[in-house]
Design a protein around this ligand. Sequence first.
Ligand SMILES: [Zn+2]
Length: 259
Amino acid sequence: MTSDVYPPWIVLHVPHDSTTVPADVRSQFLLDDAELGRELDRMTDHLTLAIFSDPSSETVVVSSTVSRLVVDVERFPNDIDEPMAARGMGAIYTATSHLTPLRRRLLKDEREWLMQDYYHPHHARLEEAVTMAVDRYGRCLVIDCHSFPSVALPYEMADPSKPRPDICIGTDDFHTSEALAAAFVSAFRLEGWSVSLDDPFPGALVPASRYREDGRVEAVMVEVNRRLYLQEGDATPLPAFSETAERIRRCCRIASSTI
Ligand SMILES: [Zn+2]
């Protein structure tokens, strides 16, 4: 297997790249346009679609069509299962990154419409992509593609003075083998980047139907520190963006090709 392209059983999951807020959802937010712009700057995993997906390859990509402020497809659908719901950040956020009110109180139907319009279709696409890979190749690796701010935001409840790595690799006890995690850590370290495992962000997303059921479905999360590619204040890409993105893709291709 060469490392010029991702192996064909890879599915790239890109949940937080979009900044799209549909007009009918915009009115739910309690922020003015400038405040909403700043919140999108802080919370969006800017350009992760461009970083991880290779336009010249046929790798399957499942990316959210709307901002995580509209619906966060990375969360569990029911707040009772989702630890972040306690901070107002279940699938439907009610709080900002600074733990101030984000949304007016929704009617039960309004919440359900958001889930029907954006959450469930996204997960149906992910389920379909994973099923196709398993049917064709007998296996699938979901790479969950993210980025994170260089300084912790208040909602993370982490020490903002604590140094953060260049790259965080997130794992799941069932769906990430030690060899898989080690391959990703090693590929990024060889590029000269500092790498942490499950710190500051643990876990890796797996489609619900396979979760802790199907060992043929593997998962790993790759979180890129935004300082590597972004001027974080206004989310402008750094001049070396394309080169950095290619290095990140190369690490993912190498790591996923060796397993
Ligand atoms: Zn993210």
